[in-house]
Design a protein around this ligand. Structure first.
Ligand code: 6GU
Length: 276
């Protein structure tokens, strides 16, 4: 998998690309990341890549010609004339919100170009000419696309065969199953007076699997109920269906129970005054 990253701040990527899984993946040539400084195509002494916005306002706008030339030099095509050799992804808060489906779709390509905006954005005319896939990380604002590009590279690389160890494949993740994950625990089994759930010590694998599914479903119901319809429409085993029905019953009972305040377990304590 090859990523060509177009940025004004190539140094930004030094840490993420030289650490942990991405470091190993690059060393093993499973992924290649080429950083292209868009300032390299400027021809003035100050290497100016941006200018003030027409119509006034705060911030600066990345010049259309700087973006076009950078892409054309590296990818060997003519913007608006011939097709690029790979999808061009523009990282912008105006884009489609990244999720695991879009990550998998992007991972189906062997080559991606990632275009990082900065300042207020990029001159819209070059965006119109390129027609990139516009991708956002969510409803918040970053100072530039570099952080978003690093996240995208990491998420996509996890789907490249060999990048994750076998025992840790992307197919068992949250969002691959369609549910949030059950909690994890490791030694010691009692830590500062907190024990781990008993089932996990039982050695009974089917019960452990049921327990994990119950935890995943309860958490998903509590924190991300929007994920559940898609999951429950999947083909479920008899055991999975039983666990799902139990979790739904528990949720129904909870919603029928008298309203609890945030004070919860302390409200009955002697001397407790709910007005503070
Ligand atoms: Cl992709 N870019 C910027 N600048 N801000 C963002 C974003 C991208 N995604 C969320 N916020």
């Amino acid at each position: 998998m090859r990523f060509d990253v177009f940025t004004l701040f190539p140094d930004y990527f030094a840490g993420p690309l030289s650490t942990s899984i991405l470091k190993r993946a690059r060393e093993a040539n499973l992924i290649q990341v080429e950083l292209h400084d868009m300032r390299d195509v400027t021809d003035d002494k100050w290497r100016v890549a941006d200018d003030a916005p027409f119509g006034g306002g705060a911030g600066m706008v990345l010049k259309a010609e700087v973006v076009a030339k950078s892409l054309e030099n590296v990818l060997n095509f003519d913007v608006g004339v011939s097709a690029p050799p790979c999808p061009i992804v523009y990282l912008t808060p105006q884009g489609r919100t990244l999720n695991q489906n879009l990550v998998e779709e992007l991972a189906s390509h062997s080559h991606l170009a990632l275009l990082c905006g900065h300042y207020e954005g990029i001159d819209e005319r070059v965006i119109d000419a390129i027609e990139p896939i516009e991708v956002s990380m969510g409803d918040f604002v970053l100072t530039g696309g570099e952080g978003a590009a690093a996240i995208l590279i990491e998420a996509v690389s996890r789907f490249v065969p060999g990048v994750l160890g076998n025992e840790n494949s992307a197919s068992g993740d949250s969002f691959a199953t369609g549910l949030l994950e059950a909690p994890h625990y490791t030694r010691p089994s009692v830590w500062r007076n907190r024990a781990i759930p008993e089932t996990l010590l039982s050695g009974h694998h089917a019960n452990i699997e049921d327990w994990r599914l119950e935890q995943a479903l309860t958490r998903t119901l509590d924190r991300r109920p929007d994920l559940l319809p898609a999951w429950s429409e999947r083909e479920l085993s008899k055991r999975q269906r039983k666990v799902w029905e139990r979790v739904q019953r528990q949720a129904d009972q909870k919603s029928e129970a008298p309203e609890k305040t945030d004070i919860g377990e302390f409200e009955d304590e002697p001397g407790f005054n709910s007005l503070g």
